[in-house]
Design a protein around this ligand. Structure first.
Ligand SMILES: *[C@@H]1O[C@H](CO)[C@@H](O)[C@H](O)[C@H]1NC(C)=O
Ligand SMILES: *[C@@H]1O[C@H](CO)[C@@H](O)[C@H](O)[C@H]1NC(C)=O
Ligand SMILES: *[C@@H]1O[C@H](CO)[C@@H](O)[C@H](O)[C@H]1NC(C)=O
Ligand SMILES: *[C@@H]1O[C@H](CO)[C@@H](O)[C@H](O)[C@H]1NC(C)=O
Ligand SMILES: *[C@@H]1O[C@H](CO)[C@@H](O)[C@H](O)[C@H]1NC(C)=O
Ligand SMILES: *[C@@H]1O[C@H](CO)[C@@H](O)[C@H](O)[C@H]1NC(C)=O
Ligand SMILES: [Fe+2]
Length: 613
């Protein structure tokens, strides 16, 4: 019954939306246009006028969901935002229809189970067996409902969503309280020995301890702990947990030597803290950066600029994400607070706090970031037996880089030609200076940090490749991943539904889990980000098709760009096939990934090429 609340809220929102006029135009220019760089444009005067018009009509409003990138306003800005909302609305109606069908069916399964979920197995079976087939036809990731109690599963999850993991240094050895004796029992070595052997890794969510910043959900029914944790590499270079400290209440350190239930609960507490980090990191580090670059481009590049065509393509629907978040996720007592332990206020504060670092540009180039955290070296070699995230991500990046290398080569024969492109020069300056205007100054917004100073051919390739990568990073954290993997129950509750224990010796983790109703709400919420229909559209709206299809390619007269798009499609499709073929092998591990579940979150034949809310 209470689930009707979720649906009525969604429906209430849709009523106010359909009242708005539909703006379907993607571009504010009049019937674009074959692209060209300004110095080759036949009518430079008209082009300057057009850029000036865009500059004056695409303005910066205050940021949304915390202080990060500004939000568009002005005539052109409002048109874009309105178009994005309308585009999202279509997807939203479809996925909501699917969720409603699925929820109706799952309610029957729960009723047939006497209306409750009594055991851990009930969570994995009643909630998932032959369920969610409309909203999530790919089903939960293989192994995710069967192998979650394994420490190799928990360690493996760090290597598919490595956003909070780093190689430990001296000060980190105190992140848990563990005796030499216990450490030896678990890892065969003391913490000091692991540290000096470069076999110690850490996650530190202790910042979440400040409840004036990370205010708990205003539903007052969920709990969590600002955990810190250490991980170690065993002799096979597999990453395994050494211990987790709660940093709250009795401040217990849990280890694999504890009773089964205590240790499982500790890992669930870790998951509660880590997914808060992952979800709000995704807002800070992907949406906001992508939007900031596009906004600056809207004010400096002509609609006929080749780079504008790429940025427009990648920012399809982009400006729906934050308004949708404001309206129905991070609103007071909204879906976020309903499902997660730390409130929407905490989410906003996280975005503001970490925009200068997670939102920085060059330091977050994939390899630069992973290298800084000790997860790969200069040559891209990781210390782990396998590093599934890096394997997939680096292959995708290689294909993206190849496309943008040809792209930049096609339009610029030399660095001097890049320098002579005043639109690109203005774009860089605009990104670096950041948003302006009374609204954003009052809010104190800062630019994307560490954006390169000056464009050159290689710099442009780096910038375009990283910008395109951010779209993919998004889908490793949001979109279809949570419903299939990172937020599957029972292992990944949004919050504990009982306070963090003051002592070890719990009899069961079940009382700490969301009840049947809250579980369905939580899975339905995760499913609302999934976009399974995109892969069956014609042409598909998947990463593989990012630069294919007549709509996009019509902008480009140069054969090189068409050929590069074909090559990109072919290479991405091959990566998609490899991803599709993953299964649990005879040794219980996923094909090529060495972990007891299959991580398929960034399949180029499944994920959208754009931010999809
Ligand atoms: C597009 O065309 C319309 C009607 O011809 C005109 O009013 C408008 O100013 C044009 N917009 C731009 C950006 O040139
Ligand atoms: C600026 O943003 C605020 C907050 O989202 C909104 O209320 C206001 O209408 C916006 N202003 C313009 C001119 O779009
Ligand atoms: C439901 O409850 C009844 C009566 O308590 C019991 O006989 C039955 O086995 C239960 N069914 C399930 C699926 O637990
Ligand atoms: C937990 O223990 C650590 C060290 O043992 C200490 O530094 C920290 O302040 C404690 N936190 C709380 C909330 O008790
Ligand atoms: C299930 O949990 C939700 C969320 O905490 C709560 O509002 C609801 O009352 C609970 N339902 C039952 C039957 O306990
Ligand atoms: C993981 O689960 C699958 C069934 O989903 C099973 O075949 C496999 O053996 C399990 N892996 C391990 C390491 O237990
Ligand atoms: Fe998102």
């Amino acid at each position: 019954m209470p689930r009707l609340a979720l649906m009525s809220l969604l429906l209430a929102c849709s009523t106010s939306v359909t009242a708005a006029a539909l703006h379907i135009r993607q571009s504010d220019s009049n019937g674009t246009t074959t692209v060209t760089i300004p110095q080759r444009d036949a009518d430079r005067a008209a082009r300057k006028k057009e850029v000036a018009y865009r500059h004056d009509n695409f303005l910066y409003n205050i940021s949304q969901i915390g202080n990060a990138a500004a939000f568009p306003m002005g005539k052109i800005g409002e048109e874009r935002v309105s178009a994005a909302w309308d585009q999202w609305q279509i997807d939203r109606d479809i996925i909501n229809g699917h969720i409603q069908k699925d929820v109706a069916q799952i309610r029957q399964a729960i009723v047939a189970n006497n209306g409750t979920l009594r055991t851990l197995d009930d969570y994995a079976t009643v909630l998932y067996k032959d369920q969610w087939l409309n909203a999530s036809p790919l089903k939960p990731a293989l192994g995710s409902l069967t192998n979650y109690t394994l420490d190799s599963f928990f360690g493996g999850e760090r290597l598919v969503r490595p956003y909070s993991l780093y190689k430990a240094s001296d000060k980190d050895s105190k992140l848990i309280d563990i005796s030499d004796e216990d450490a030896k029992k678990i890892a065969g070595s003391t913490v000091a020995e692991l540290l000096s052997a470069n076999r110690l890794f850490a996650v530190d969510h202790s910042y979440q301890a400040d409840q004036t910043v990370y205010v708990p959900s205003q539903f007052n029914d969920k709990y969590g702990a600002p955990v810190t944790a250490l991980f170690y590499l065993n002799d096979n270079k597999e990453l395994l947990p050494l211990g987790i400290r709660t940093n709250t209440g009795a401040n217990l350190t849990y280890t694999p030597l504890d009773g089964e239930n205590d240790w499982l609960l500790a890992k669930m507490m870790f998951n509660v803290a880590d997914q808060f980090h992952a979800q709000i990191y995704h807002l800070t580090a992907t949406h906001n950066v992508g939007e900031a670059l596009h906004e600056a481009a809207m004010r400096t590049l002509s609609d006929a600029h080749p780079i504008m065509a790429v940025l427009d393509r990648l920012n399809y629907q982009a400006y729906s994400a934050r308004p949708v978040g404001e309206a129905m996720c991070f609103n007071p007592m909204g879906h976020w607070d309903e499902n997660f332990h730390i409130s929407q206020i905490g989410c906003r504060n996280f975005v503001t706090e970490y925009w200068p670092t997670y939102g920085a540009f060059e330091p977050n180039y994939l390899q630069t970031d992973l290298h800084a955290r000790g997860l790969v070296d200069e040559a891209g070699i990781s210390p782990f037996k396998t590093f599934p995230f890096w394997d997939d991500a680096s292959e995708i990046l290689r294909v993206q880089r190849e496309f943008f290398t040809t792209f930049v080569d096609t339009y610029y024969t030399s660095d001097e030609e890049v320098t002579a492109d005043e639109e690109v020069g203005d774009w860089f300056e605009e990104v670096r200076r950041g948003p302006t205007g009374p609204e954003v100054e009052a809010q104190g917004l800062t630019p994307v940090a560490s954006f390169p100073e000056k464009a050159a051919k290689k710099v442009l390739v780096d910038v375009l490749t990283h910008n395109a990568w951010l779209q993919v990073a998004h889908h490793s954290l949001n979109a279809g991943d949570p419903v299939r993997s990172s937020l599957t129950l029972p292992f990944h509750p949004g919050g504990l539904h009982k306070p963090v224990p003051e002592a070890k010796g719990i009899e069961s983790v079940v009382p700490f889990l969301p009840n049947a109703t809250a579980s369905v709400t939580s899975i339905g919420f995760s499913a609302s980000f999934n976009r399974p229909r995109y892969r069956t559209m014609d042409p598909p709206r998947t990463l593989a098709y990012a630069y294919s299809g007549p709509e996009f390619l019509a902008h480009f007269a140069e054969k090189e760009v068409h050929d590069a798009a074909d090559k990109y499609l072919e290479d991405m499709t091959r990566l998609g096939e490899k991803n599709d073929a993953r299964k649990i092998e005879a040794d219980g591990m996923c094909t090529g990934q060495g972990i007891p579940f299959c991580w398929t979150a960034i399949n180029p034949s499944y994920i959208p090429w754009f931010f999809s809310v």
